[in-house]
Design a protein around this ligand. Structure first.
Ligand code: F6P
Length: 323
């Protein structure tokens, strides 16, 4: 293989640039050319593909977002779209692609590999940490630190006014961002899509906290929670209890931006080296993951077939410390 492509797809995540840099520099190290594919599969279909050299990725390790831009591309779900994309790669002599993104991006990679024999390796890039086959995804650590800082700031004002705050964090159908940022921010309650809790029970717990001397409370709510996220939940609590003067903060896309943490930069760098070397070893249809301290290559299908194992022990830690 003499030439490979790299793309970012789906929601951007801090550390994607560090991942692109790692792919380009590893390829250069091994004497391989790299082409950057803009806006994920959309650019692959439209031929928005340009050479990327080692100096093109200078200084991007510390930048959030993605210099290759990103998109969610519905046309790629059609066979005709994929044929066009594969033809564009073939025209440029691109024999392998590193796909940086979430499970939707991996499904595209699986098709390119299965239908057109294009070698594909996935790197998990999403703030949600919802990909099977890896302990961590690139961007998660930065996002939880951003969310934690938001919780810290809200606590200042919540404590000053003796108020209850509902803080909504991202994560799609996963409660990982909520769980970790909630524990790190010392939240009184953490509501997750993975665990049901009735509004009555939540109100009881708030009352129990008050009896133990709490004057304010922070409730971190995962966006994928029932009751319509933090806004719906706050309204129900206000309708069904004496806690009427509550406030809601939706952190939203703030969690997706910003300079990546050291953890995300190093994770992206290690995964980028492994992804390119996997292509050079002739691997395809695989994703790079981390388990403990080790880099792994797993079948790409595990990304969506194995849900990330949610550690219920973490929820207990939150409950015990929320007294
Ligand atoms: O998958 C990353 C993510 O930020 C999710 O946490 C969130 O549900 C979704 O993307 C938001 O998507 P968009 O940027 O299209 O609004």
């Amino acid at each position: 293989m003499k030439r490979i492509g790299v793309l970012t797809s789906g929601g951007d995540a801090p550390g994607m640039n560090a991942a692109i840099r790692a792919v380009v520099r590893t390829a250069t190290y091994h004497g391989i050319e790299v082409y950057g594919i803009e806006r994920g599969y959309k650019g692959m279909m439209e031929g928005a593909i340009r050479p990327l050299g080692p100096r093109d990725v200078s200084g991007i390790i510390s930048r959030g977002g993605t210099i290759l831009y990103t998109a969610r591309c519905l046309e790629f779900l059609e066979r005709a779209g994929r044929e066009q994309a594969a033809a564009n790669l073939e025209k440029l002599g691109i024999g392998g692609v590193v796909v940086i993104g979430g499970d939707g991006s991996y499904r595209g990679a699986e098709c390119l590999h299965a239908e057109f024999g294009i070698h594909c390796i996935g790197m998990p890039g999403t703030i949600d940490n919802d990909i099977g086959g890896t302990d961590y995804t690139i961007g998660f650590d930065t996002a939880i630190n951003t969310a934690m800082q938001a919780v810290d700031r809200i606590r200042d004002t919540a404590a000053s006014h003796d108020r209850i705050f509902f803080i909504e964090v991202m994560g799609r159908r996963s409660g990982y961002v909520a769980m970790i940022s909630g524990i790190a921010g010392g939240a009184e309650e953490i509501l997750l899509p993975e665990v049901e809790i009735s509004v009555e029970r939540l109100i009881e717990r708030l009352r129990a906290g008050e009896r133990l001397g709490k004057k304010s409370s922070i409730i971190v709510v995962a966006e994928g929670c029932e009751y319509g996220g933090a806004t719906g939940l706050a309204r129900m609590v206000s309708e069904q209890s004496e806690y009427k003067d509550n406030r809601v903060t939706v952190i939203g896309h703030l969690q997706r931006g910003g300079s990546p943490t050291a953890f995300d930069r190093v994770l992206a760098s290690r995964m980028g080296v492994r992804a390119v070397e996997a292509l050079l070893e002739g691997e395809t249809g695989k994703m790079v993951g981390i388990s403990g301290q080790n880099m792994l290559l797993r079948p790409i299908r595990e990304a969506w077939e194995l849900r990330t194992r949610f550690d219920m022990g973490l929820l207990r830690v939150a409950h015990v410390l929320g007294v």
